[in-house]
Design a protein around this ligand. Structure first.
Ligand code: GAP
Length: 483
């Protein structure tokens, strides 16, 4: 446990020092569970978005995109069930004034205290599960009392009753206006316009990337659970009788997509597992999570849900407008299979599985961010070996000649060894160094981030190598096969 939290502290600090993630409003003391992306973070995040967007819209002829507004008509959230049902359970501790999710308190307690008694553990968890299904808040509270669960800091049992807590952020002074808690509703509201304008035929999908907001009770673990975050969602509209077929298809497709990112390098299957939902959200009739092995254990990274006609039917009811597919002699509300991936969680998965401390042959240690090349914030760095004898001018010329094609940096601020280490730490796949031989032979040394091997190549080759090795083409080719 200590090891995991040490690594996590190191990760958070690395993300800050190297310009990936900063705490929001830091000079004012920060804001709980809100983070900003720094210069390298935003590049990495944009690359992740681009890959997902291309995977969805470019590789599937029957998926189109949309970018809907964050604020929507207040009736949307009544129709979608979020006003009544988008709740978490909440319990307050009267001494510490801290808020907890009671089911998490119980699960964590049982995990910690009944390691050697699996039968008892199972019995308690099954009782919890039944009470959650029945929303029997009294029994959940009784369970907390029976287990004598204390506040982790105050070590007392001074709990309030359990109650429901709505997770949506309401906008002050605006009657019933909310920040959206999922991007999906913007897709459902645009369904009709997209069918008409894009001439889409069932089955087809609508993809969207955008911000969502949730008033999380226990917001923690860095980017994992935030109050403002981004989702990459795709709603796929199908014939009702083909619900199961497409639900199974998208579960497999999305898991393969994650595996193709090749995170973690060693045994890649170890990093993912697919789990069916024990408790369904108010909108879904079936659901599974793709879980990733984060530094704090297996946790959900993406959800695949069958929402059937829950949303479109309710929007018909509330708006009194028909939202239907009219084809041949059929007139029906299609079913929806949804894939919902948290962009920030994927960022954290990529960042945590790529960050390594490596022992070098000379006994020293290096920190290296072994990102997949196509996601690296900076694709290549150009350095002069020394700041004299015209080497800077040649290096700058190379940089300016190819910067329109690739995201590069030019750096001359430190010794070559330190420049390499800095690029390792931000995950740059290649460094090109101009030295005295460059003047005679028009060649530079090319150093690879992972092997640290160096070889000489002609200046003319630089751009081609960067394109071939760090572009999206290779990975998109692989991903196009899984469709
Ligand atoms: N439209 C369906 C939906 O929103 P969800 O399971 O509530 O489903 C989907 O969320 C994904 O969004 C999750 O798998 C997770 O990756 C991400 N997500 C949800 N809440 C989050 C939070 N508070 N912080 C960061 N990511 C979150």
């Amino acid at each position: 446990m200590k090891k995991c939290s040490d690594f996590f502290d190191f990760l958070i600090s690395h993300a800050k020092v190297y310009g990936f993630i900063f705490p929001s409003s830091e000079i004012y003391g920060g804001l709980n569970a809100i983070y900003d992306y720094g210069p390298h973070g935003v590049e990495l995040k944009n690359n992740i978005k681009e890959l997902w967007w291309k995977s969805m819209t470019q590789l599937h002829e029957n998926i189109v995109g949309v970018d809907s507004s964050i604020l929507m008509h207040s009736d949307v959230w009544h129709a979608s069930g979020h006003v009544d049902k988008f709740n978490e359970l909440l319990i307050d501790h009267k001494d510490s004034k801290k808020r907890y999710r009671p089911e998490i308190l119980i699960q964590e307690y049982v995990k910690k205290n009944f390691l050697d008694d699996p039968k008892k553990k199972e019995k308690i968890l099954s009782r919890l599960s039944k009470s959650l299904d029945k929303q029997d808040l009294i029994d959940i509270k009784v369970l907390i009392d029976e287990l004598c669960i204390c506040d982790p800091v105050f070590k007392t049992k001074n709990w309030t009753e359990i109650r429901h807590f709505n997770m949506m952020f309401k906008i002050r002074n605006e009657k019933d206006l909310f920040l959206r808690p999922e991007t999906a509703q913007g897709v459902f509201l645009n369904f009709h316009n997209i069918v008409k304008s894009s001439r889409m035929k069932i089955p087809f999908g609508i993809a969207q990337i955008g911000k969502s907001f949730r008033n999380e009770i226990v917001a923690r673990r860095f980017l994992f659970r935030m109050r403002e975050f981004e989702q990459m969602e795709m709603q796929f509209f199908v014939l009702p009788e083909e619900e199961i077929k497409w639900y199974e298809y998208w579960k497999k497709n999305r898991l393969k997509w994650h595996l193709e990112l090749n995170l973690g390098y060693d045994d890649k299957t170890y990093y993912y597992q697919l789990c069916d939902h024990d408790h369904l959200s108010h909108y879904e009739s079936a659901g599974s999570d793709i879980e990733f092995h984060f530094p704090f254990g297996f946790k959900e990274i993406e959800g695949i849900h069958s929402r059937r006609d829950f949303d479109l039917k309710n929007h018909e009811l509330f708006s009194k407008k028909k939202i239907r597919i009219v084809e041949w002699k059929k007139n029906y509300i299609p079913y929806v299979i949804e894939t919902s991936l948290g962009l920030d969680r994927l960022f954290l998965a990529i960042f945590s599985s790529s960050l390594k401390k490596e022992k070098l042959k000379n006994g020293k240690e290096r920190i290296v961010l072994k990102l997949p090349y196509f996601l690296s914030p900076i694709k290549a760095a150009i350095f002069p070996l020394v700041r004299k004898d015209g080497l800077q001018e040649i290096a700058k010329k190379i940089f300016h000649d190819i910067k329109i094609r690739h995201r590069l940096v030019y750096d001359e601020k430190e010794s070559i060894g330190k420049l390499y280490r800095r690029q390792d730490a931000i995950g740059t796949p290649f460094c090109f160094t101009v030295d005295y031989d460059t003047i005679k032979t028009d060649t530079v040394t090319m150093r690879n981030r992972d092997s640290m091997e160096q070889k000489r190549i002609h200046i003319k080759e630089i751009s081609k190598i960067i394109k071939k090795e760090t572009g999206f083409e290779k990975i998109l080719k692989k991903l196009s096969i899984i469709i």
